[in-house]
Write a protein that binds this ligand. Structure first.
Ligand SMILES: Nc1ncnc2c1ncn2[C@@H]1O[C@H](COP(=O)(O)OP(=O)(O)OP(=O)(O)O)[C@@H](O)[C@H]1O
Length: 241
């Protein structure tokens, strides 16, 4: 579905992505994790065409995404920080985005998060007065609205209250079961446990590993993602010590 080959990106002298090779398929929940500044958001932005790589290629369904934009219709994106037009109201934003995608038929729409997050009740609120968590809800509902095959979520649970967090996680779980590809970054590894089928771990712009959760569980004899990662990192420290 998504093939990333020998991807490189420098910002000035800072080599932020170094020879990244990854392959994601429908039905996977890929946890893209790694320390602050390891390149996760840059990789996501490259995939969305928001950052232009220096070298390497990315294929979506077998076709290069270079200078393409149509493939993005298949991706629902929830950014780390949502920036909305300040004076627009929530309802106007949804209307505007639906107008942009007039090709999408009404029966394709997925209103589940819109309903669960009770966005109808905030329809008349201006976007610039929404709390951080409310903005996250709007952003999540928009990412799912057109029922895309691929969901890319950059720290989606940061700022969500526990009930909303569970709603989003359940939605992601269902989406993966129904054959969508979910690519998600988070530092809250507990949030990823029930969603993850594969883990891509980035460090200093390099892929440290990309493995299925099952394989990682077997290798570490740990069950939870935070324990698995701690096990691997402690092992590495021991090796380097
Ligand atoms: N537009 C830019 N110009 C210059 N440097 C950038 C730019 N965008 C990102 N960087 C740098 O690239 C590195 C990777 O940033 P990125 O946001 O991809 O990390 P991340 O893994 O998502 O981090 P976090 O976990 O903190 O969100 C950082 O050192 C960052 O300062």
């Amino acid at each position: 579905m998504i093939h990333i080959r020998e991807l490189n990106k420098k910002f000035g002298k800072h080599h932020v992505l170094q020879n990244i090779n990854l392959q994601f398929e429908l039905g996977q929940g890929v946890a893209l994790i790694g320390p602050n500044g390891s390149g996760k958001t840059t990789l996501i932005k490259a995939l969305l065409g928001m950052v232009i790589p220096d070298k390497g290629e990315m294929l979506f369904n077998g076709s290069s995404i270079k200078n393409q934009s149509l493939y993005r219709q298949n991706i629902g994106y929830m950014p780390q920080i949502s920036r909305f037009p300040d004076n627009m109201k929530v309802g106007q934003l949804f209307n505007m985005i639906r107008d942009v995608r007039e090709d999408i038929k009404a029966d394709v729409y997925d209103w589940e998060l819109y309903d669960s997050f009770e966005i109808e009740q905030m329809k008349t609120k201006r976007l610039n007065i929404l709390s951080g968590g409310m903005k996250q809800k709007v952003s999540a509902a928009l990412a799912f609205l057109f029922n895309p095959k691929v969901l890319v979520l950059d720290e989606p649970t940061a700022g969500l209250d526990p009930v909303s967090n569970e709603i989003l996680k359940e939605k992601l779980r269902k989406s993966i079961t129904n054959g969508k590809l979910v690519l998600i970054t988070s530092h809250i590894l507990n949030d990823l446990d029930e969603i993850t089928t594969h883990v891509a771990y980035l460090m200093d712009g390099k892929t440290q590993f990309f493995k299925s959760l099952e394989q990682l569980k077997m290798e570490t004899s740990e069950d939870r993602l935070n324990k698995i990662i701690a096990h691997i990192l402690n092992g590495e420290e021991a090796v380097h010590a």
